[in-house]
Design a binder for this molecule. Structure first.
Ligand SMILES: Nc1ncnc2c1ncn2[C@@H]1O[C@H](COP(=O)(O)OP(=O)(O)OP(=O)(O)O)[C@@H](O)[C@H]1O
Length: 677
């Protein structure tokens, strides 16, 4: 007996002891494998002329034997060689076993999660079967092989017989389990019935493109005997007939009004191995110069490997009913990599290869339309189904931000309005347009703050200072946020109330409005500003004057503080952000393109420790109205340079702490605090 690989064994344990309520999905998984196998053969026949297939013969059969307690799923697809049986059914073939181990550890054996994440396919058979036998003959081979296992320790592979290419999967269905402790038992008998199997096929596999056939028992009236008397009662007899159970028309070819939401959801879940319904289903059909059908889904949750390098984006590409490619990456841009679905177009050449894909004009045109459609559907979701959209954004927003960043901002006008950020004022997620609409008159920029914790950000002096002036601040906690804003540089807010330069124009407009004219609107360019960098230009004329005077008056003091802090700061200056006695005594801001948060991201990056990593140019800003400032002035006046040095270090370190960074020398900081006490 051959042993299962460790990870496979774990998965099998999960399957066998599964309390997964959806055990019935085993059939859809096996049928989907059968359909894939037929697809593969069909596709191979396109370029291998020696393969002669009659499309009409391609089918999947389901049969059962109540007495022997077996269900058989057969296909006449590509089949498997001995090696393939070993490789495909002895290990978790499709998903890296490392990832499985990780997910298994994290979910601590939660079957639902594992099954959902991995779409465990073939192994799901063991949820209902005590033994699984696979008889397979690969196309072009003379010999067949039999793989068999009870799903516990291992499996055997032996020579076997099969009339032609294809695979039979034969399940020995478990005995019914009685309920225990008031819990309901498990009835497996229902899978050993015509109606039970038909129901499962219709529910889960209705749109499989190949006929799923089953022998069904039907009843018909016997012919009336010629000598029947007047009191003849019609007699009936049972007979058997091979029936195609599924509808077969690909679901994407149907009009959305003819398909129920449930059917779409089932199709999505079975095809893309998700256990949650999609957040959005997008079905569209193009006619004219370029014809195609597309059925796209926005998943309800992010797949576990979305941000790993192994994640493969792409839509399934069909042409004339043949699947050409399972994941055609060229059909979706990276920032919509989460979209799953199918594009079917007879206009795409069947012989398209990976190399020619990118240059295929038809395909590029379809991709452009697909992208536009996704964008407009997301916009619709944002406007009409906000709750769902916010969940969507939580799942996939990061990718969209990367889209803007990676395009150096050239995608900003298309994607910018899909972004959501946390508004400190509104205490909820807002779009940039909503931010702009809520701005008080006179606000010229969109303000944001970056850090890793929303609550901490909300308390930062640089944030509270802007909020105190009545301006909202977007609190951003993703590493990509600031890079995205920098790539965007500005946001163009549409339909903003027009600002009139001169009084005469304003008065004329007011008069026109009083006479019933619509208020005039205009597009406004709003700079995106980090509240902790550069000059925010928020100070009033009086405040500016005060700051200038304080700067002049205490020139020596600032010089001495700068000297005390050395290279840590670029300069020490009077703050135009902190202008009230009640505000913080000091804060650290930056000048130039690199902010403190960006510096952090760079440091954590691959070149983090190397020389030349971009550094933030720090400025220690002092609140000239704060009592602490008077202490500094006093120390300076008294010529107490030791004290001044101590104060400078402390102010700098505590400002760092407030901004979520550790003082460069925590021990010195602690000592300084003690000395002060
Ligand atoms: N009926 C079949 N005919 C030919 N090959 C099969 C058949 N069933 C399974 N296989 C092979 O076994 C492999 C493993 O099947 P399994 O259902 O576990 O995973 P999968 O189909 O690759 O992944 P998923 O089910 O998540 O899409 C398949 O990839 C396929 O190569």
């Amino acid at each position: 007996m051959r042993q299962f690989k460790t990870e496979s064994k774990k998965l099998l344990d999960l399957m066998i002891n599964s309390i997964y309520t959806n055990k019935e999905i085993f059939l859809r998984e096996l049928i989907s494998n059968a359909s894939d196998a037929v697809d593969k053969l069909n596709f191979r026949s396109l370029y291998d002329e020696s393969i002669k297939l009659d499309e009409g013969d391609l089918a999947i059969r389901v049969a059962f034997d109540r007495d022997a307690r077996t269900i058989t799923i057969s296909d006449n697809g590509i089949g498997m060689t001995e090696e393939e049986l070993e490789r495909n059914l002895g290990t978790i073939a499709h998903s890296g076993s490392e990832e499985f181990k990780e997910a298994n550890a994290q979910s601590q054996g939660d079957a639902v999660d594992i099954i959902g994440q991995f779409g465990v396919g073939f192994y799901s058979a063991f949820m209902v079967a005590s033994k699984v036998r696979v008889v397979s003959r690969a196309y072009g081979e003379d010999a067949a092989h039999v793989w068999e296992s009870d799903g516990l320790e291992g499996y055997t592979i032996e020579p076997g017989e099969r009339a032609s290419h294809g695979t039979d999967v034969i399940l020995t269905v478990r005995d019914n389990e009685p309920g225990r402790d008031g819990e309901e038992g498990e009835s497996y008998d229902r899978y050993l019935s015509e109606w039970g199997l038909k129901d499962l096929i219709k529910r889960y596999s209705n749109y499989v493109r190949y006929p799923i056939q089953m022998m069904v028992t039907k009843s018909r009236q016997k012919p009336k005997p010629e000598d029947a008397g007047d009191d003849y009662k019609p007699e009936y007899e049972d007979y058997e007939e091979l029936e195609t159970i599924n509808s077969m028309t690909p679901i994407w070819k149907k009009h959305s009004s003819d398909v129920s939401e449930e059917d779409y959801n089932e199709f999505y879940k079975s095809t893309f191995h998700d256990y949650e319904d999609p957040a959005r289903t997008i079905s569209f059909h193009a006619e004219g110069a370029l014809e195609y059908d597309a059925l796209l889904f926005v998943p309800g949750r992010a797949p576990f490997d979305l941000y790993s390098k192994d994640y493969e984006k792409g839509l399934a590409l069909y042409s004339s009913n043949v699947m050409i490619m399972e994941k055609c990456a060229e059909l979706v841009p990276d920032y919509y990599n989460f979209v799953r679905g199918v594009v079917d177009s007879a206009d795409v050449s069947l012989n398209i290869s990976r190399e020619t894909l990118q240059h295929d004009r038809q395909l590029r045109a379809i991709a452009r339309r697909v992208e536009k459609k996704i964008t407009s559907e997301l916009e619709d979701m944002r406007d009409n189904n906000r709750e769902v959209y916010e969940k969507f954004f939580e799942n996939f927003g990061r990718g969209i931000k990367f889209g803007i960043y990676n395009s150096y901002g050239s995608k900003a006008s298309e994607l910018g309005d899909l972004l959501l950020f946390w508004s400190a004022k509104e205490q909820k997620m807002v779009t940039l347009a909503e931010y702009a609409k809520a701005m008080p008159e006179g606000q010229k920029a969109i303000y944001y703050a970056v850090g890793d914790d929303r609550e901490r950000l909300a308390k930062m002096p640089v944030v509270t200072g802007v909020l105190a002036r009545g301006y909202d601040v977007l609190l951003c906690t993703q590493d990509v946020d600031e890079f995205t804003f920098q790539a965007m540089r500005e946001y163009v807010a549409r339909d903003m109330p027009k600002v009139y330069e001169d009084d005469a124009a304003r008065e004329a407009a007011q008069k026109a409005q009083a006479d019933g004219a619509e208020p005039e609107v205009e597009d406004r360019r709003l700079e995106l500003k980090n509240v902790a960098t550069g000059d925010l230009d928020l100070a009033t004329d009086d405040e500016k004057k005060d700051a200038e005077e304080a700067t002049k008056e205490h020139e020596d003091l600032f010089g001495a503080l700068k000297e005390a802090l050395g290279d840590k700061v670029e300069k020490v200056a009077v703050s135009s952000r902190l202008v009230n006695e009640g505000e913080a005594p000091a804060c650290i801001t930056t000048e130039g393109p690199v902010s403190l948060e960006m510096e952090k991201v760079f440091k954590q990056g691959p070149e983090g420790g190397m020389p030349g990593v971009p550094q933030a140019q720090r400025v220690l800003e002092l609140n000239a109205k704060h009592p602490v400032f008077q202490k500094l002035v006093a120390a300076q006046d008294a010529g107490d340079s030791d004290k001044l040095k101590l104060y400078a270090g402390l102010l700098y370190d505590q400002a760092l702490l407030v901004e979520g960074m550790l003082p460069e020398d925590p021990v010195a900081f602690a000592q300084n605090v003690c000395e002060l006490m």
